[in-house]
Ligand binder design. Structure first.
Ligand SMILES: [Zn+2]
Length: 347
């Protein structure tokens, strides 16, 4: 039986179920899902995030609207929408600082073309549905609370360890709906320059970018490493995946690079535990594939630095929803907002 038949069978059994559309707009890809109220994904699609400059006069919000329209026009999406009782709305997660009242992205470091565009209004108008927008890491944290590893915890932080380091906070069972710039807590006085304009931020020591910085600067100083033979000798072609591979091969520099990520992340997490009395820290993002390379050092640092009565029972774990976390979280967040405020989502 094909995928689509399986899902239609499922829908036949759930004809009165409401669905929501969740969109996760990332710097590289945009993921769309249709999810039900239990967090089941009924259809999904991933496309490269459109680039405004590549499409003539169209702005990026026009292109994102078109991307969703094309998805909803597909036979698969049409069949699902026709088989359910209601499309409740659209939840959108996007990387950047938001003005939640106006429904705009004020500043997105990875998608600058989206800055200042009336994202929520545009989607509301085009699809005649309620729309919510939220920061992508916050949406991810919400997804973990809704249907993921955070289900049983009231107080937890979600860290996205990818190219950068993002964070979201669930406190007393609720998503904190504001900026949680964990990646920009100062960890080293007068440390490495950070993309935010400051120095010594956690993100500059624990992220994909940090891994590359550390490896490349060590190689340029002449450190002996298997990495020196990679990528035709062009250090700037090295990726975190390459460093992970050489670490698995026992390369000392590559192992040290990941150990340092664990050390600094552990310091940052100890600070968070001391401030927020967390039950858990959940770590997602592209670098968790290298979990075994940094987790021992991370836990050692947490044990060393966090206030004992607060840290003893904190669980540090991998994200359980690496594939659809943002988009499913966005759909779930829409359902939550609808049930809390059925009339207006703007306030
Ligand atoms: Zn910073």
């Amino acid at each position: 039986m094909s995928w689509i038949k399986l899902n239609l069978f499922y829908l036949h059994e759930n004809i009165f179920m409401k669905v929501a559309i969740g969109i996760d707009i990332g710097g590289t890809n945009t993921k769309i899902v249709i999810a039900d109220e239990k967090g089941n994904v009924l259809a999904d699609q991933q496309n490269p995030t459109p680039s405004a400059s590549a499409e003539g006069t169209a702005t990026i919000d026009d292109l994102l609207v078109k991307g969703l329209q094309d998805f909803l026009d597909s036979d698969r999406a049409k069949a699902i929408v026709a088989s359910t009782s209601e499309v409740s709305g659209i939840g959108i997660g996007v990387a950047g600082l938001l003005d939640r009242k106006k429904g705009i992205v004020m500043q997105s470091p990875n998608i600058p073309a989206i800055n200042g565009l009336p994202l929520r209004e545009k989607f509301e108008k085009e699809f005649s549905l309620p729309v919510v927008i939220e920061n992508d890491a916050n949406i991810y944290a919400y997804g973990e609370k809704w249907v993921g590893a955070g289900k049983d915890f009231d107080n937890f932080v979600l860290l996205t360890l990818g190219t950068g380091l993002g964070g979201g906070l669930v406190y007393k069972g609720e998503l904190y709906e504001g900026p949680v710039e964990i990646g920009h807590m100062t960890i080293v006085p007068s440390g490495r320059y950070c993309t935010c304009g400051s120095y010594g931020c956690l993100e500059s020591y624990a992220s994909g970018r940090a891994i590359l910085d550390k490896a490349i600067s060590s190689l340029e100083k002449g450190t002996d490493s298997l990495l020196a033979k990679c990528c035709e000798g062009n250090f700037y072609k090295i990726t975190p995946e390459v460093i992970f591979k050489t670490a698995l091969d026992g390369d000392t520099l590559s192992r040290e690079v990941f150990r340092e990520v664990g050390q600094f992340l552990g310091i940052g997490i100890a600070n968070l535990i001391n401030i927020l009395s967390l039950d858990a820290v959940i770590i997602g993002g592209g670098l968790i594939g290298a979990w075994d390379m940094f987790i021992t050092e991370l836990k050692r640092e947490v044990t060393k630095r966090a206030f004992k009565p607060l840290s003893t029972n904190v669980q540090i774990m991998k994200s359980s929803m690496t594939k659809d976390a943002g988009s499913v979280g966005a759909a779930g967040f829409l359902f939550k907002k609808i049930s809390a405020s059925p009339v207006s989502l703007s306030s």
